[in-house]
Design a protein around this ligand. Sequence first.
Ligand code: UDB
Ligand code: ZN
Length: 193
Amino acid sequence: MSKFQRDYIITMKDVIKEGDPILRKVIDEIPMPPGEEEKEELTCMMNFLKNSQDPVMSKRYNLRAGVGLSANQIGLNKKMFAAYFTDEKGELHELALINPKIVSTSTTMIYLPQSEGCLSVDRDVVGYVPRYERVKIQAHDKGGNVVSLRFKGFASIVMQHEIDHLNGVMFYDRINQDNPFQLPADVEIRSIL
Ligand code: UDB
Ligand code: ZN
């Protein structure tokens, strides 16, 4: 049993930082349907994201405003993540996905001009992180139902960042190591802003 039960409040001290091997591991799938334990962990993760974006709660608990959190970032070897953010069209995305996988991608790519950052990284890392402009994801929801979802733009970046975590990949692995602002050649790629 993890400590992340229904009313537990996740703070930055619960967030695993780079250097910990769990951030470099291919994380295990969750048997379906998920148990109460996984559902409560996802609820805590979602509450963390909401608290982190709430001025009162983020100040009270000293939280960085987060848009996504994968389970291995709180030390759980479980393939699931929560995401909570508003996209460039102003639409709110609230997602708790289990065993997510990318089933198809666009050929076109995008990047965040201000670089990405990560809740598990307490330093500034500069450079462009090339991401697919669109992704189609297959996953399970908290009820164990199969869901098929399509994302573009910022939402697509968040999904790829979180799924990368579940495969042991950090955002800076995708930055060109010779020149952090060098974009991949022979690919159509643009800034999302
Ligand atoms: C974040 N937030 O939560 F473009 F309204 C980052 C941190 C590391 C800076 C807190 C973020 O990018 N917020 C944001 C960005 C915008 C517009 C806006 C809010 N993460 C989550 C994370 O580390 N999950 O593992 C990093 C994001 C970088 C790109 C996608 C995830
Ligand atoms: Zn991250």
